[in-house]
Design a protein around this ligand. Structure first.
Ligand code: GLY
Length: 374
């Protein structure tokens, strides 16, 4: 039996996150979607094929070598052109199957094609299931700047099937753990320690015999945590869809993360590149905790505890770039305003707060409490 979480706007339901037992359990939902145009990551073709058995696909568009470097306006233009050439009308649906890069681009194309058509996502990574595919942020990068162009446009449905995570490479799964940990640091649950339950579930997954470094079986406990993380995000988005206040909390760790990704991707970078988004978020969480300690907001020990949690998840916590390099990148972040940025800081697990701070002053404070940074 499918369960469902609603995304609201002013009391009206504008999107639904549906949890299914398998990719074949969404027949009823897809039956309401009119003509379906499938955009998928060729690496997960089997899920796209499985979905095709539950609904009629008008046309399919495969994306190869999915990564940040194809998350561009050119790719979105190609998707729009394919929609047009294949007769997609205003009643059509774009169905995106893949990770967050696929849903961000396909969702963006859907939001601008003929001034907006319906989108539905089937996220195939943990990161997309708990974060990217929920909440309606769509977009592409501009040069090395992440998500600089985009829209807010809610997918009509996000179809979540934890089973598809079983075949994920361990490092890709870990990227999603960074976003999940972020979500539970923001909301640790009214009467249960979500962070603790998450780390226990991760330890259980690590105990499995793995073939080819794949995740293996997703336990019911872990599937439940995916639902809780999705529910936390859906609640925040319903209260602040356009990120004027509470939704900023979801950027915990991301101000640092985007700067780290920018430094990693910039031409001429002297440090090793190839930092994934999840790894950058993990390092960003550690830095946010250290900054919180440095300004006296959090008790000493919080950052070490977060670093240990990241270690259990197989994630890094050390920044590979000097703080001066991050400063330049942070000032260019789309959310920076005259050198000031909303830093999301951690008072304690389950209690985070938004502080507008001067980037230079924040990094100076961090520099004085930067034990684990190079
Ligand atoms: N990924 C953060 C947000 O959707 O607001």
């Amino acid at each position: 039996m499918n369960s469902m979480i609603e995304i609201k706007r002013g009391g009206e339901t504008v999107g639904r996150v549906v949890f299914g037992a398998g990719t074949d359990s969404f027949e009823e939902v897809l039956g309401h979607c009119g003509h379906i145009y499938l955009v998928y990551d060729r690496a997960v073709e089997r899920y796209a094929n499985a979905l095709s058995s539950s609904c009629r696909i008008e046309s399919a568009y495969a994306l190869d070598n999915v990564g940040e470097d194809i998350k561009t306006l050119d790719t979105v233009r190609d998707i729009c052109r394919w929609l047009m050439e294949n007769g997609a009308d205003r009643g059509a649906t774009v169905l995106a199957v893949g990770g967050g890069i696929v849903s961000d681009m396909a969702g963006f194309a859907a939001s601008i094609y003929k001034r907006g058509i319906r989108s539905v996502y089937l996220p195939t990574t943990l990161l997309a299931q708990v974060d990217a595919a929920i909440g309606g942020k769509t977009g592409v990068n501009l040069d090395s700047y992440k998500n600089m162009i985009g829209t807010f446009c809610q997918p009509e449905y996000t179809l979540i099937c934890p089973e598809v995570l079983a075949s994920l490479p361990v490092n890709v799964f870990a990227d999603g753990l960074a976003e999940m940990l972020k979500t539970f640091i923001i909301d640790n649950g009214p009467d249960s320690d979500r962070v603790g339950r998450m780390l226990d579930a991760v330890e259980d997954i690590k105990m499995q015999d793995r073939e080819n470094q794949h995740v293996g079986v997703i336990s019911d406990a872990f599937a439940r945590l995916i639902e809780e993380a999705a529910s936390v995000k859906a609640g925040i988005v319903s209260r602040d869809e356009h990120e004027k206040g509470e939704r900023r909390l979801l950027n915990l760790g991301h101000t640092f993360a985007h700067a780290i990704e920018y430094c990693a991707n910039s031409a001429g970078s002297h440090a090793q590149s190839g930092v994934s988004h999840g790894e950058a978020v993990a390092i960003g969480l550690s830095m946010a905790a250290r900054l919180s300690e440095a300004i006296g907001l959090a008790k000493p020990g919080l950052a070490d505890m977060i670093d240990r949690s990241l270690g259990i998840c197989g994630l890094p916590c050390r920044c590979p770039f000097p703080l001066g390099m991050l400063e330049d990148a942070m000032k260019k972040d789309k959310k920076s305003d005259e050198g000031k940025v909303h830093f999301i800081l951690i008072e304690d697990i389950g209690a985070v707060t938004d502080r507008l701070m001067d980037v230079h002053e924040a990094l100076e404070a961090l520099g004085n409490n930067a034990m684990p940074l190079k």
